[in-house]
Design a protein. Structure first.
Length: 393
């Protein structure tokens, strides 16, 4: 096993009606003025924002609001949020939404606490020295950003999607009421379940001598999400299933399932980020569309790991050797994606990639020749292109 540091400073308030505590939790931070950051109209129509505002009012918290966050959050809105916060003297950000809203809030937090262009951090040109404190009222089980050290944003100029990691952005608290996710469309729920699973799978597929305990936690988390994703296909108002998925989302991306590993592969995320940047696809759907092709391309580098996944997660009966078992596991995962109405190739998302687009995706994923991705097999730009070809249809 690898040495590790496990750091999870986020206070979690979980359960029915938990959002009513938002004002009290913000007050505990000793702030003067809050930016309430949110996405589209659902937070307004559902009455959630009104409940948040009432809770802030009851606790004497001054606030301003900025909505308009979209999936694959945009740098232009982040710039606008930074300007607003500076003019209004904001010293705390309350993100009300899912991963896109939280990631946008983190970027605003970086922009507020550091000089210069916030995009520099996402391009790897500079390292952030601080971040405005952030709290979360979670409305979507997916990204795990409510407890993570990462955020991903999209720059409209060139449609570049980039991530940045720092413990500075970990939220001070996360309010999680599974009831808030009940009205999500089936497609969005399934996308979220895939995203949750992939945060653990990216860590699981590594080149480490892994801890049995971490593997066991990871495998059980994956089985739990799969079981409850299928329940929610037929019974979207099932509170217990919503709660299981919501808690799994946080645990999958707060570092727990990476303890003792080398950090994991993460190539699928990098490959999907470029699809999201170019075509604005839902993150979970994009991950499902490329995963099987990535797995088949790299599994020869560590077939025993893929075989363990096949048996312990997918319930596959072992084949004649690790490679045969591994292939059965990949096929079983793709069958699961189909059962929850997720794509297993890029064509399934209605995208017919051209040769030029696949080359461009690979070029951008490789940061124009500056990097490889993955660890199970280090992928060059040509490898990335070949995976996009495999994933096309």
């Amino acid at each position: 096993m690898e040495n590790f540091a496990y750091y999870t400073p986020t206070k979690v308030v979980f359960g029915k009606g938990a959002e009513k505590q938002a004002g009290e939790l913000v007050k505990e931070q000793g702030c003067r003025k809050v930016l309430v950051h949110y996405g589209g109209g659902s937070a307004v129509r559902s009455g959630l924002l009104d409940r948040i505002y009432s809770s802030l009012d009851e606790n004497g918290i001054s606030y301003i609001s900025l909505g308009g966050v979209v999936p694959n959050p945009r740098l232009s809105l982040i710039y606008r949020g930074i300007d607003m916060c500076r003019k209004e003297g904001v010293d705390f950000i309350l993100a009300v939404g899912g991963g896109s809203v939280i990631d946008s809030a983190k970027a605003i937090g970086y922009g507020m606490a550091n000089e210069g262009d916030v995009w520099d951090f996402y391009e790897g040109l500079r390292t952030a020295q601080d971040c405005l404190p952030i709290g979360v009222v979670l409305t979507i089980s997916a990204a795990g950003s409510e407890m993570s050290n990462s955020s991903v944003i999209t720059k409209e100029e060139g449609w570049l999607k980039r991530g940045y990691k720092s413990d500075l952005c970990r939220p001070r608290f996360a309010v999680m009421n599974p009831e808030l996710t009940v009205t999500l469309p089936k497609y969005q729920t399934s996308c979220g379940c895939v995203d949750i699973m992939m945060h653990t799978m990216e860590r699981y597929f590594n080149m480490s001598d892994n801890m049995e305990l971490t593997d066991g936690i990871s495998e059980h988390l994956l089985r739990t999400v799969m079981k409850n994703a299928e329940i929610l296909m037929d019974d979207p108002e099932n509170y217990n299933a919503r709660a299981e998925v919501m808690w799994a989302g946080s645990l999958s991306h707060n570092g727990l399932t990476g303890c003792g590993t080398d950090g994991g592969d993460w190539a699928c995320h990098q490959l999907e980020h470029e699809l999201g940047g170019m075509f604005d696809v839902a993150h979970g759907a994009g991950l499902a569309a490329v995963w099987g092709s990535w797995a088949r391309y790299v599994m020869d580098a560590r077939p025993e790991r893929f075989a363990r996944f096949a048996v312990n997660v997918m319930g596959v009966i072992p084949g004649g050797d690790d490679q045969e078992t591994a292939l059965k596991g990949i096929e079983a995962m793709e069958d699961f994606y189909r059962r929850i109405e997720m794509p297993v190739c890029i064509r399934d998302m209605g995208i017919l990639l051209t040769e030029e687009q696949m080359r461009k995706l690979a070029e951008k994923c490789g940061h124009f020749g500056r990097r490889t991705v993955g660890c199970v097999k280090k992928l060059t730009e040509e490898d990335m292109y070949q995976i996009y070809v495999l994933a096309r249809e």
